[in-house]
Structures are given as C-alpha cells and as structure tokens.
Design a protein around this ligand. Structure first.
Ligand code: NDP
Ligand code: OXD
Length: 315
C-alpha cells in the first residue's frame, strides 16, 4: 500500500516530505529512486514520465496534482484506472482573483493610465460602466463558474460557454459549437478557463477573435487566457493585437512554457504576461486534499465524483 510521488517541473523533494508528514501511516515512494513497483497502489503525479504508471501492476487510482490533466492524459500508456484531479477552494479562489484582477485592469484601462502617469498626463478617458461590458467566460466548470459569480456581483454582464448545456443564475449560458457564435457576438472581454482537449486545442485563433463584440468603447475586445497555452495560437494573438482585432491580452499560459525569452509577447505594450501562476495554490492544502482522497479510496469510498476525470472527454 504505497503512494508513489512522480513530479516533474516542480520540486519533488518538498512534496515527498509533505506527504511523509501528512500520511505517516503509509510508505511514500519517490519515483526518481528504485522502488518496489508491485507495492504501489496510488500515485500522486504532475506531468509524470510517459509509461511510468503503466509499470505499476497494483495501481488503483491516480491523483493529478493540478486541475488540468492534459499532460497526464497525453501518456499513451496511461493505465485504465480512475484518475482524479484537484478541486480545491483555495485554488479556485486564487484563479478568481487572477481573472477579476485582469478583467478590472482592462475595463479600467490600467495599462493606458500607467502610461499616462509615466508621461505625467492628467487626462480623461471615456470609461464604460461595468453594466455595459459583457465578460464572456469559455469554460463554466469549477473555475469559470466561480469567476462568473464574482464578476456578476461586480456588475458586469456575464455570459458563459460550455460543452454541455448549463443553467447558472444570472449568467447567460451557451454551449457547444452551435452556441459559440452567439456567445462571442456579445463578448467584450473573453476569459478562457477551458481545459486543453482534442476539441479545444488551438481554439483561440483569428477566426474566433473576429467574431467578438467591438462596441464596449474599450478600443476593442480583450483576451484573458488562464486555461492552457495549447488553446491559443500566439502568432494570431500578436497579429490581432497589431491590426486592432484585439485591444489587449492577459496571458498566464503559453504554447511553450516557460515562454521563450525571444517571444514578442514579453514586451508587447498591450500584453500582460504572468508565468503560469494564476492559481498557484498552497502546496500543503493540495497535499492534504490528496492524502484525504487516498484514505477515502482505500476505505472503499471511491473517488469523489466531481474530481473524476472523464478520459474520453479529455478533462
Ligand atoms: P472543469 O472541468 O471544472 O471545467 C471545464 C469547463 O470547460 C466545463 O464547463 C466544460 O464544459 C468546458 N469545456 C470542456 N471542453 C469544452 C468544449 N469542447 N467546448 C466547450 N466547453 C468545454 O475545469 P476547471 O474549471 O477546474 O479548470 C479549467 C482549466 O483551467 C483546467 O483544465 C486547466 O487547464 C486550467 N487551470 C489553469 C491554472 C493556472 O494556473 N493557469 C490552474 C488550474 C487550472 P461542461 O461544463 O459541459 O463540462
Ligand atoms: C493546474 C495548473 O492545472 O496549475 O492546476 O495549471
């Protein structure tokens, strides 16, 4: 009954220490060292090496250390055991902060105001009311649903787009390819909290940007992507910014991470770059969530339904 910890891209030692402290009853196995594969029943992973999990004959469940499972599902040898992803109020709250910060920054023209300040300009700018601006959220799941409610309370019009039909109080909901045009046609600020799946990859491209609404007096529509870099075509974003199809963009995720030093996104005056930190959560909280989930599974309670990944849908 051991828990394998296989983490790439973050510091595995801290996570292993955390799991040992929080689950002293169990053997915590470091995937970087030789271990008894037959004894592993559970795995806590972030971007594990492809094929690693297929070598664990007694594996009962996989716990992804993040909300997005695209990197995990990319493993062609991923064994057919239940996969759970993180759902954690701390992570959700942090993502909502990031979304709201960026929506307000563009709505209240903070980039232009900062430039005015730098040039000592005491100027006035037309400022649309929040009620005249519609924030359209692609992805109405755990993260998109929470951000939608906070933005609604701030007074914005809020629309949402999901794969299957949703009904959320105060939010105008659209779904599927048939709902996309109507959703985009009313959206001034596009917030993207979609997973990267075969259906959504590359969706943020020119032919989508030109369908956004352009009359909220903000100089054009704004793109805010906190989902995954694989959703966006960066060359199209840059071209759309340069020809006025987009007024501005806030990007937390990129086609290739870390973002190359040579990327023009770093220095574009109307782009805000954050280094995939929108929902950097408290690791102690995440480790506790996983330890509780492992104990529950072992006690016969299975995995909490809302955390279960639908492998066919890709999220
Ligand atoms: P959920 O699974 O709860 O929600 C996903 C939403 O996307 C659902 O509303 C779903 O539709 C919708 N969706 C999926 N596929 C499609 C499609 N083809 N067309 C339309 N809508 C679609 O995920 P979370 O809200 O928890 O997380 C969303 C994503 O955010 C993660 O997958 C991850 O990539 C990213 N993320 C980024 C972080 C960061 O720091 N930048 C941190 C954490 C997550 P439906 O409601 O019908 O299922
Ligand atoms: C996640 C992330 O998926 O951090 O949780 O991107």
């Amino acid at each position: 009954m051991s828990l394998l910890v296989a983490i790439r891209g973050w510091t595995p030692d801290d996570w292993i220490e955390r799991f040992r402290r929080l689950a002293p009853e169990r053997e915590i196995v470091d995937a970087r060292r030789p271990f008894d594969a037959a004894a592993v029943t559970h795995a806590a992973v972030w971007k594990p090496e492809a094929g690693l999990l297929a070598r664990l004959p007694g594996l009962r469940a996989i716990f992804n250390l993040g909300a997005g499972v695209d990197a995990l599902l990319a493993d062609p040898a991923l064994p057919d055991v239940p996969v759970a992803r993180i759902i954690d109020p701390d992570l959700t709250a942090r993502m909502t902060e990031w979304v709201v910060m960026n929506v307000l920054m563009h709505h209240r023209q903070v980039l232009a105001r900062a430039e005015d300040q730098r040039r000592r300009i005491w100027g006035s700018r037309p400022q649309p009311a929040a009620r005249d601006v519609t924030v359209g959220i692609m992805g109405l799941g755990v993260l998109g649903g929470d951000a939608a409610q906070v933005l609604r309370r701030l007074g914005f019009g809020v629309a949402g787009w999901s794969r299957t039909p949703r009904s959320i109080d105060g939010i105008t909901c659209f779904s599927g390819p048939v709902g996309l045009d109507s959703f985009l046609a009313r959206t001034d600020i596009l917030v993207v909290l979609l997973p990267a799946t075969p259906e959504t990859r590359g969706i943020l491209r020119r032919d989508l940007f030109i369908r956004l609404r352009r009359d909220a007096h903000m100089g054009g529509p704004v793109l805010i992507n906190g989902g995954r870099g694989g959703l966006q075509v960066e060359a199209d974003i840059l071209a759309a910014l340069d020809d006025g199809t987009l007024a501005a963009a806030s990007l937390d995720v990129f086609e290739t991470e870390p973002l190359a030093e040579t990327s023009p996104l770093w220095t574009h005056p109307r782009v805000v770059v954050t280094p995939h930190c929108a929902a950097d959560s408290d690791p102690e909280t995440l480790a506790r969530v996983i330890v509780d989930a492992v104990r529950r599974e072992e006690a016969g309670g299975g995995l909490a339904a809302e955390t279960l990944v639908d492998r066919r849908a890709g999220y």
